[in-house]
Design a protein around this ligand. Structure first.
Ligand code: NAD
Length: 380
């Protein structure tokens, strides 16, 4: 079977789907691996590294896409500079594995079904123990959480740790993390490692123990409604609960030197947690890093992809943070992909078992059909 690694054409995408180490393992298992020339360059892996791992280098992207049995990518397929659609370049019945954003952009599923592509969306891997090694949302969110703290640290006009020096004592920075999912928990751990005092908040009470085990204080907001949906994700809460939450967290935002927001509700605009009014009450020099910038932002002042200053507060809305650490982001993503492929490639052939809960959830199109009811609903 031919596995092909595409070169990412999205401008801000520096990751690559497989790293040389994973290529050599696949080659040993009997797969033929093809790399679009230069695909690993922005992750600091050269064509020569892939060649040494057993990959064949292809210069012609149309050929690479057209001959692939399994095409691996990071960002959703696009229209190339020559006007040709990447999806149209795939042969019928080819397998595509990538982030596809099928709930945000369900039309992509329609297109993939029309072209009879078997497509796996990495966003749809279930968040279960068995699927952990394939969970690219988690591997990449953890990088975003880590990097958010480093960005905040660089922008903060203060130290993070407490320091006792001959010139006096420095108080530690106060960090407030809003949303304690995978990114939030990694942000807490990183901020703690840098010596700051950390508080965190989430509408799901189940995360309290995890937050505390990382050495942070959990800010509890007791709501009179269920806040956890299927799969452990957060539910969108009522207007009354949103207001109560904002009232309760205002004081913590006001006292923080750094606020890192990571709150998301799948398939919805990110919840608004920090209003303009709250920003105006923050300390001058404080920093907000809004990891939900691409989903509409948790802060009312956020502008995606920009750093802005409002009332003396720096508000940073980074885009695609995992791509800013492409070496490890690609290494972890490659492991996620190979673990998934192991599920449905036996003895070098495709063996799709739709009774398997992971395949059933992640495979969004097959045999000309859209398989996911959530995507069908989004299209209706
Ligand atoms: P996410 O990116 O969807 O959201 C980030 C966090 O924002 C979540 O913790 C959510 O509760 C919180 N949030 C949403 N609305 C909020 C609001 N109004 N105010 C404050 N916080 C709000 O979350 P994620 O990191 O992708 O994790 C989603 C779920 O999947 C979690 O339950 C997590 O524990 C679970 N998970 C399980 C596994 C596993 O079992 N293998 C792996 C990863 C994640």
């Amino acid at each position: 079977m031919k596995i092909s690694i595409a070169k990412e054409i999205e401008v801000c995408e520096r990751r690559v789907a497989l790293v040389p180490d994973t290529v050599s393992r696949l080659v040993k298992q009997g797969f033929e691996v093809f790399l679009e020339s230069g695909a690993g360059e922005r992750s600091f892996f050269s064509d020569a590294d892939y060649e040494a791992a057993g990959a064949k280098i292809v210069n012609d992207s149309a050929k690479l896409w057209g001959e692939a049995d399994i095409l691996l990518k990071v960002s959703p397929p696009q229209i190339r500079e020559d006007g040709i659609s990447e999806i149209d370049s795939l042969k019928e019945n080819a397998v595509l594995i990538s982030f596809l954003n099928p709930l945000g952009n369900p039309e992509i599923a329609q297109k993939l079904a029309e072209r009879k592509i078997t497509a796996f969306a990495m966003e749809m891997i279930p968040r279960t123990t068995r699927a952990q090694s394939m969970d690219a949302l988690s591997s990449q969110a953890s990088i975003a959480g880590y990097k958010a703290v480093l960005i905040a640290g660089a922008a903060l006009p203060k130290y993070f740790p407490m320091l006792t020096t001959a010139a006096g004592t420095i108080a530690p920075a106060k960090v407030f993390v809003m949303g304690a999912g995978v990114a939030g928990l990694q942000a807490i751990a990183t901020a703690r490692r840098l010596g700051s005092v950390v508080e965190a908040f989430d509408i799901r009470p189940a995360v309290k123990e995890e937050v505390q085990s990382l050495g942070a204080k959990f800010v509890e907001v007791k709501l009179k409604e269920e806040t956890t949906a299927a799969g452990g994700y957060a539910k969108e809460i009522s207007e009354a609960s949103k207001q109560r939450t904002q009232e309760l967290v205002t004081e913590h935002v006001k006292n923080a030197d750094v606020v890192i927001t990571t709150a998301q509700v799948p398939g919805r605009k990110a919840p608004l947690l920090v209003t303009k009014e709250m920003v105006s009450q923050m300390k001058p020099g404080a920093v907000i890093v809004d990891l939900a910038a691409e989903q509409g932002g948790n802060c009312e002042c956020t502008e995606p992809g920009k750093d802005i200053i409002k009332d003396g507060v720096t508000i940073i809305g980074p885009i695609n943070l995992p791509s800013s650490m492409p070496v490890h982001a690609s290494q972890l993503y490659a492991k996620n992909l190979t673990s998934l492929m192991k599920l449905f490639t036996k003895e070098n052939t495709l063996q799709l078992n739709f009774e398997d809960d992971i395949i059933n959830a992640a495979c969004i199109t097959h045999g000309g059909e859209i398989l996911s009811s959530r995507i069908k609903d989004a299209l209706a």
